[in-house]
Design a binder for this molecule. Structure first.
Ligand SMILES: NC(=O)c1ccc[n+]([C@@H]2O[C@H](COP(=O)([O-])OP(=O)(O)OC[C@H]3O[C@@H](n4cnc5c(N)ncnc54)[C@H](O)[C@@H]3O)[C@@H](O)[C@H]2O)c1
Length: 342
């Protein structure tokens, strides 16, 4: 019998639906409280799912009344720091939506609070939970293409969201790119060292802020990660998972974000007799991962980590490196300088 976690949901907007639908399927979770700055919003969600959970405007009160041990933070990015530090100080672990916080100072303080309280903060990075990306990661870590030199991700889509994204300063980098940056770290198993970013708003863009960017990262394994992205690119879209080309000393790995990844590597015996263009062979990626995709997979990993008493794959101590890639890129775009990421 699994331990049943007593859960308070903080933030009862759009994403709370995704979490609640997932939690209602589990035998290790019971939703005991709903918090929103607007009580009517919490009541609306309670009624929509027929929950008998208490509704609150203050997280402290919700935790104290319900004896909760876990808080799901689906508030807006500017509230994540306050919600996760309060939850930990009141004895709860936190599963939070991305981004972990709004600034690097806040992210560091969240980790310090986790250290001080012995609680954990796990961040949702749903694009890690996918059989194809796991196969690509194994293709790279098993040495199929040799040591990695260059990782390229192209992300070109033209979504017409309307609403807050259309008026943000850096909609692509701030709202979306953390997924692709976190994927890059996950695929190659390295962290960022520096970034140079050029952000711009091309002709035809329907966004007020910069909807396109090129970012160059030096990574801790000596490789270079090059990101080219746009959220105002009409026609011939890439997938939301991005289009990947990873070049190693023995060959190239390819993933279009949709189909199974593969590599093309120099044929055995080619080094004995060098020629102008060497023959290559195609190597299929090992499709071994059989977890649930997307959000469901992220939720599974967070609960399993709690059960096993270990940090989740996307623990705050890991996720701060993906945050650094986002905030460093914005800083570089503003200053026009390369930014070191400590
Ligand atoms: N992983 C993904 O693919 C994905 C997709 C969409 C959104 N998100 C993230 O999910 C989070 C929530 O997004 P959303 O679309 O549900 O936003 P939303 O604006 O629809 O909902 C947020 C809710 O939080 C409430 N809130 C704000 N501050 C609060 C506080 N201090 N205490 C209690 N309630 C508070 C608001 O009143 C609102 O009801 C964001 O961080 C967003 O980036 C992630």
């Amino acid at each position: 019998m699994n331990k049943q976690h007593r859960i308070v949901i903080a933030g009862c907007g759009g994403m709370s639906n995704v979490w609640i639908q997932e939690l209602l399927k589990r035998d290790d979770a019971v939703i005991v409280g709903l918090v929103d700055v607007y009580l009517s919003q919490a009541e609306k969600i309670r009624d929509a799912y027929g929950l008998d959970s208490g509704v609150y405007t203050r997280l402290e009160q919700a935790i104290a009344d319900t004896n909760a041990d876990l808080v799901i933070d689906v508030t807006i990015p500017d509230s994540h720091f306050e919600i996760s530090t309060t939850a930990m100080k009141y004895g709860c672990h936190v599963f939070g939506e991305k981004p972990m916080a709004a600034t690097m100072e806040q992210a560091r303080e969240i980790i310090a609070t986790a250290d001080a309280t012995g609680r954990t903060v796990s961040v949702m990075q749903n694009r890690r939970y996918d059989a194809n990306i796991r196969a690509l990661r194994e293709l790279i870590s098993s040495g199929t293409i040799g040591r990695t030199g260059m990782i390229n991700a192209d992300f070109f889509l033209g979504p017409h969201f309307g609403g807050f994204r259309d008026v943000m300063d850096s909609p692509l980098i701030l709202d979306m790119a953390i997924h692709t940056f976190d994927q890059a770290r996950f695929i190659i198993g390295a962290d960022p060292v520096s970034v140079y970013c050029h952000e711009f708003n091309p002709p035809g863009s329907w966004y007020k802020g910069n909807a396109s960017a090129v970012c160059i990262y030096e990574m801790s394994d000596g490789s270079v990660f090059c990101y080219r992205g746009s959220w105002c690119a009409e026609g011939s879209p890439t997938s939301w998972e991005a289009d990947w080309r990873i070049i190693g000393e023995k060959g190239t790995a390819i993933w279009d974000g949709v189909h199974a990844p593969y590599a093309e590597v120099v044929s055995a015996g080619e080094s004995a007799e060098p020629k102008f263009m060497r023959d290559t062979v195609r190597v299929e990626a090992p499709m071994r991962w059989n977890g649930r995709p997307g959000h469901a997979g992220g939720v599974d990993e967070m609960f399993l980590a709690l059960k096993e008493g270990r940090p989740a794959e996307t623990d705050s101590r890991d996720n701060i490196h993906s945050m650094a890639m986002v905030l460093g890129a914005i800083e570089s775009a503003k200053s026009g300088q390369k930014v070191m990421l400590g």
